[in-house]
Design a protein around this ligand. Structure first.
Ligand code: GLN
Length: 192
């Protein structure tokens, strides 16, 4: 079994290092690998889609065929997927007011890109995450989840909206777990 970090653009190496740390701390039996092309997905049971630019990541994913492979494995129930920041945008069924990104549409949620505008491009806040507890979160040009419906469930929120959600084997968070030492979110993901 392998944890794959989608390595097309964005915070790739930071996630890779964080996964390795979590695997060591919690003694999971996972290999950690970079996913750049279709063939890399073979033994991947858990995929992380990093933060970066959702437009770029979606374009490259479609171009190299990963878009279809990820969707097929995910809908067959063979793949857990965690999308962070730009990655969370790609998890959504619907991106509000935006046609530049083709999301994977794995989760029943509406998400808005760059929801905090220029004044508040990045900030940190303590959030209360269901099943984890208090967590110090780093937001960078973050989207916001405006609505969860169907099988999607909100796990954490701030005044502006939902910041973390889960649907079966899929998790979306609009902040950056790879930028702090706290590995609890990786632990919960690898437990799936
Ligand atoms: N604003 C970026 C986007 O819309 C996401 C920012 C990030 O991942 N840090 O794709």
């Amino acid at each position: 079994m392998a944890v794959g970090v989608l390595a097309l653009q964005g915070d790739v190496s930071e996630h890779y290092e964080a996964v390795k740390r979590a695997v060591g701390i919690y003694k999971f039996n996972f290999e950690t690998k970079y996913v750049k092309r279709k063939g890399d997905m073979k033994d991947v049971t858990h995929l992380i889609i990093p933060g970066g630019e959702s437009t770029t990541i979606s374009r490259l994913m479609i171009k190299n065929g990963l878009y279809d492979v990820i969707r097929q494995k995910a809908f067959k129930g063979e793949l857990a997927v965690m999308g962070t920041c730009a990655g969370s945008i790609l998890m959504a069924k619907n991106i509000v007011d935006d046609s530049h990104v083709e999301p994977l549409r794995l989760m029943d949620m509406d998400i808005r890109r760059n929801a905090f505008g220029r004044q508040r491009e990045s900030f940190e806040a303590d959030v209360e995450i269901e099943g984890i507890g208090k967590y110090h979160a780093v937001f960078i040009r973050a989207p916001i989840i405006e609505k969860c419906y169907g099988g999607c469930k909100a796990l954490a929120g701030i005044d502006r909206g939902i910041v973390m959600a889960k649907q079966g084997k899929f998790i979306a968070l609009v902040f950056h777990p790879e930028l702090t030492e706290d590995t609890r979110i990786y632990r919960e993901f690898l437990k799936i």
